[in-house]
Design a protein around this ligand. Sequence first.
Ligand code: ADP
Ligand code: MG
Length: 700
Amino acid sequence: MDLKSPIEYLKGVGPNRATLLKKELGIFTFGDLIHLYPYRYIDKTQFHKVKDLTSESGDVQLRGVMRRIETLGEGRKQRLVGKLRDDTGAIELVWFRGIFYVKNAFEIGKEYVIYGRVNDFNGKLNISHPEVEEVKPENTNAAETFAPVYASTDKLNQKKLDSKVRRKMVETVFTNLTVADLPETLPDFLMQQLQLVPRWQALRGIHFPKSEQELHQAKRRLKFEELFFLQLRLLQMKRRRKNAIKGFVFENVGEKFMRFFKEKIPFELTGAQKRVIKEIRSDLGSGVHMNRLLQGDVGAGKTMVGLMCMLLALDNGFQAVMVAPTQILAQQHFDGIRRDLDGLDIVVEFLTGSIKGKKRKLLLERLASGEIDILVGTHAIFEDPVIFKNLGLSITDEQHRFGVKQRAKLWGKNKPNPPHVLVMTATPIPRTLAMTLYGDLDVSVIDELPPGRKPVTTVHRNDNHRMRVFGFMREEIAKGRQVYIVYPLIEESETLDLKNLEQGYEALSREFPMPEYNISIVHGRMKADDKEFEMQRFVKGETQIMIATTVIEVGVNVPNASVMVIEESQRFGLSQLHQLRGRVGRGAEQSFCILMTGFKLSREGRERINTMVGSNDGFVISEADLRLRGPGNIEGTQQSGVLNLKIADLARDGQILTAARKIATQILDEDPKLEKDIHLRLKAHMAVVEAKIKGWSRIS
Ligand code: ADP
Ligand code: MG
């Protein structure tokens, strides 16, 4: 059988259903059909006995005689209760809906097969709304395999293309398949080493497992295969890039770097910062093109590492650029870098979308002539007319906020040789995600905070505590500190959110009246200049309270601020909360993060709050985020292939992933082009994979 056959040729499908399958599920061929796996299984491989049932039994299949069936209760409490008896005992079956219909379908004294979940109702076991069938020749015996349940859509269900029909279709394909139709993709030595079942067996086992164990083996094999080929591909891409692209050689650690390091640097670098600078320096001196991700928790000091790398570029006769996702952050980087480099005869300039006309033209000319050494700015720099004379290093801060395409543009800024690339993350990404999302990048981690930082104390408060929270704010302000109050703002409810912010501002103005107190307010609807003005008042300490929507989320640095109050904090994602909390605790003082919520919290909301209260470590928080929300909701994943994973789960399959990456590395070290006989299957399958996931984004 040819698995490439169009799905309409499958028995019982036809053109209408085929169209729907293509549109709703992307099933074009027989092969596509069997590569969409069930998400759960119904185990009817045994008949349970009533006497063995407990509240922990879960889903069970029983066979017994219907003894009695009666309607009990009145009105909303009305229910139908039946009694099913087998040779070991009897159990109650309960229905709350469709009572009339169900009652008439039963015949007392007749034998039935029922399937459902055992509940414990006040110490008494029952099964509500079970599946029921009369005993017939085909269900007299238990099934041989678990029955797969496939994810469906409303449209598919409407057209009667539900899970059961899919099951039939998959069955049809498998009855006509031979082992040769599902050729092996992994080398024998690898399957032996890892004790993986063959591919054909795994594919059959994932749809129609005979036991838990068989299912487990099938899953393990398919997960490994999926992650392994992904890693193999990413690592191959990385190798190819390194071979194909010559990197500028920065061999001089010259005057600018050394003078800055000896005379200007405002603090002693942490061990982690030094180590990372060394890693980067050895990349830059090697003649290989650098494409590196710099991870580090909020406040770990990534900016300084970036700055020193830019000095290396300058010392070797190149220009450098640093790009940030928001105007405020870019401005802050610019001011900071200018200040740090003061007196070193280095030309630093600033470019954003709002710089226009003559001023912009002049700036671009100076950039093209090489007069400007370091350019700092927003994504306006990605635009085409911005041309450098010789860009040697491009740094992107908070890179997850930029699209892949935008980053690629910056790469192309120096034709034919791209600049070295350093991307910095705002918050750490879980290791498993980094390995897939940025699997073709080298990764450096700053895993140490500058000395003297006290961990931020985080508490959860609700509206009842508001007056106490205000009181606490007053105490802190009396000590000379400053306070942030952040409100959520999302597009869908923007108007309402802004109203909340304004009401909050009014209430606050009453509690903290002028002239004793001054309040800054910043939100997304304000003009850039006004925002900047309000920000600056807070930065300079003219205002004690900054009330804002999430515009301050990224990067703002006011070391004197010691309190971060987050309103409706349950509405923020974990990485956002962690980012916001990172705005305080930057000075020597003990800082506080107060997470305000209403009384009612969803389970997930509560878990997020508890995670924040329980940990200050960005890596721990990002792991929790991945666990709670899955990779699809984590910033930066949307354009990547991470979401196309069919069976592996980055939140749970970290071990398999680590093994897959390690083995892929070993194999490529030994045989970069997969030319050896023992790697023939890999080479063949890679060709298939490449064709399939060509949409995969290259981080560039
Ligand atoms: P992030 O990694 O979040 O971008 P920043 O680069 O903004 O962190 O650094 C946070 C703060 O820590 C800044 O005020 C910076 O000047 C300061 N800082 C960075 N490195 C050190 C260090 N080694 N010692 C003391 N302070 C440092
Ligand atoms: Mg930063």
